[in-house]
Design a protein around this ligand. Structure first.
Ligand SMILES: Cc1cc2nc3c(=O)[nH]c(=O)nc-3n(C[C@H](O)[C@H](O)[C@H](O)COP(=O)(O)O)c2cc1C
Length: 207
């Protein structure tokens, strides 16, 4: 990890791969929600690729992989990492503009996340769990009462990007919407104004 500024240690992620062997049509054809994961961990390259697919900056004006109403980008992605080569166990905040990870919480939070998700085992068993947070207020500045609808739509777009990127990498993911918002928010230490909107355990599918 690199030491930057005060005591915060940030980790620059590997650059994303911009071509793969799986076509969009192939990923769409094969994608299924995966709830059983092998005990194998993920690589930092895979983590960088997954995070890029969901919020990576791809445009000169700061545009990202996932579309956003008015280009306001209200989503914030968190990563609960338990088994990733080269990454200490803990919760991290993805900084899209820098393509890096900022440590937020030390240690394995998956049991707490699983408990907050009615005890489902796939939250606990996955090597990583992504959390999609949304800041409705950011979009409300321009879209007022439509903002919450727009942010929910963006969460759907973001989640599908993760599903398809996981499929392309030979990984599996599942979108979990059933959880206690406050518990997830407290566990991942989301910032003020960020609401926990979706969880996505990701790992290698277990047959
Ligand atoms: C908004 C939304 C919420 C979901 N919430 C959960 C959930 O809480 N737990 C779960 O196991 N699957 C959840 N899923 C996954 C669905 O069960 C799954 O997509 C559906 O059964 C179709 O299967 P497939 O994704 O394999 O095509 C959710 C999917 C969506 C789109």
């Amino acid at each position: 990890m690199q030491r930057e500024g005060s005591a915060v240690k940030r980790l620059t992620l590997p650059e994303p791969r911009l071509a793969g062997k799986v076509t969009v049509e192939g990923a769409l054809r094969e994608r299924r929600s995966v709830r059983r994961f092998s005990s194998q961990g993920l690589t930092l390259e895979e983590i960088g690729q997954l995070l890029w697919s969901v919020q990576g900056v791809t445009g000169t004006g700061g545009e990202r992989t996932t579309p956003s109403a008015g280009g306001l980008y209200p989503l914030q992605i968190y990563l609960a990492a338990a088994r990733v080569d080269g990454l200490e166990v803990g919760v991290y905040r993805y900084r899209a503009d820098k393509h890096d990870l900022e440590p937020v919480v030390e240690g394995d939070v998956r049991i707490r996340l699983a408990a907050a998700s009615h005890g489902v085992e796939w939250v606990d068993a996955a090597p990583v769990v992504l959390a999609i947070g949304g800041v409705v207020q950011r979009t409300a500045i321009k879209y007022g009462a439509r903002a919450r609808r727009y942010v929910y739509i963006e969460v759907g777009c973001a989640a599908e990007n993760i599903y398809l990127q996981a499929q392309s990498l030979g990984l599996g993911a599942v979108l979990v919407g059933a959880f206690d918002d406050q518990e997830v928010s407290d566990t991942m230490k989301l910032r003020e104004g960020e609401e926990a909107m979706a969880l996505m355990p990701v790992g290698r599918p277990r047959s």
